[in-house]
Design a protein around this ligand. Structure first.
Ligand SMILES: Nc1ncnc2c1ncn2[C@@H]1O[C@H](COP(=O)(O)OP(=O)(O)OP(=O)(O)O)[C@@H](O)[C@H]1O
Ligand SMILES: [Mg+2]
Length: 261
């Protein structure tokens, strides 16, 4: 279980997260929505320890992850792999090398860069690419792939870390609608078939409704909705997205229920 308690993050005078609490059970698939600047990326980056919260706690399986250092920190980052809007591949390297670079924490940086991967590691990368339907791209340069294929390579790289949690920060924001759907269904498949917890920052309400069961709505660094995607009505969305200052009772109710449970 991932337990986020009263998380606050300030950047100077800017309060990016203002007392965020949420408990995420293993195997959940959660969408995080909110206006630009609401704190979605800061929340994911805090879970992955790319940001250090100002106060509050994040615990995984009962232990805080905030004070981890060295190997323990690397191990935690591997357990909660992250993918990004811009894929973050090395364009001139082939796909398989990009995927294997996800094992940096195991193989060491130098051997990865020199492409000294064992036959077993290479086989694992190809198996992973095959599971994601893109084994035929293994020896192409990453730059030759479509955006949807590149995001799948990034997902394959993340999967090679054998994560418990996949954090996806706007994974389809650079993709056309067809590729967006196919990457979202890949994330759903990873969640359902492998039981990996998936937490996805999204701007598309349609995709949230189609692919996430639970939704957390952030507004100005606070959780203003935490409930089922099916319960996201227009009033709730208007409040999350700042079109109204009146919190709908439904939103309050779901937040209260989620915190109480
Ligand atoms: N490194 C930083 N230094 C200063 N301020 C930051 C930093 N990172 C984020 N912020 C600020 O924190 C707030 C939350 O930013 P965050 O990136 O988490 O929002 P977001 O919900 O991911 O937005 P978007 O939808 O545009 O990606 C914003 O006001 C942002 O300007
Ligand atoms: Mg963001």
């Amino acid at each position: 279980m991932l337990d986020i308690q009263n998380l606050e993050k300030r950047f100077g005078d800017v309060v990016a997260l203002n007392g965020v609490s949420a408990t995420i059970e293993p195997g959940e698939r959660v969408g995080i929505i909110g206006l630009s600047g609401a704190g979605k990326s800061t929340l994911l980056r805090s879970i992955n320890c790319l940001e250090t919260p100002t106060s509050g706690d994040i615990a995984f399986e009962g232990s805080s992850v905030l004070d981890l250092k060295g190997q323990a920190l690397n191990a935690w980052r591997a357990r909660c792999a992250m993918i990004f809007q811009q894929f973050q591949l090395v364009p001139r390297l082939d796909v398989i090398t990009n995927v294997l670079a996800g094992g940096l924490h195991r193989s060491g940086f130098v051997s990865s860069m020199l492409k000294h991967f064992s036959a077993d590691e290479r086989a694992q990368a190809v198996i992973e690419l095959d599971r994601l339907g893109i084994a035929d791209t293994a020896f192409k340069r990453a730059s030759q792939l479509s955006g949807g294929q590149q995001q799948r390579v990034a997902i394959a790289r993340a999967m090679l870390q054998s994560p418990d949690i996949l954090l996806a920060d706007e994974p389809v924001a650079s993709l056309d609608p067809v590729n967006s759907e196919s990457v979202m269904s890949t994330l759903a498949q990873i969640n359902e078939e492998r039981g990996i917890t998936v937490i996805i920052n999204l701007h598309s309400i349609a995709l949230v409704r189609s692919y996430c069961r639970r939704v957390i709505g952030l507004r100005a660094g606070r959780v203003v909705f935490d409930g089922q995607a099916d319960d996201l009505d227009e009033d709730t969305l208007a409040y999350i997205y700042g079109r109204t200052e009146t919190a709908p009772s439904a939103a309050q109710q779901h937040t209260v229920e989620a915190i109480a449970s």
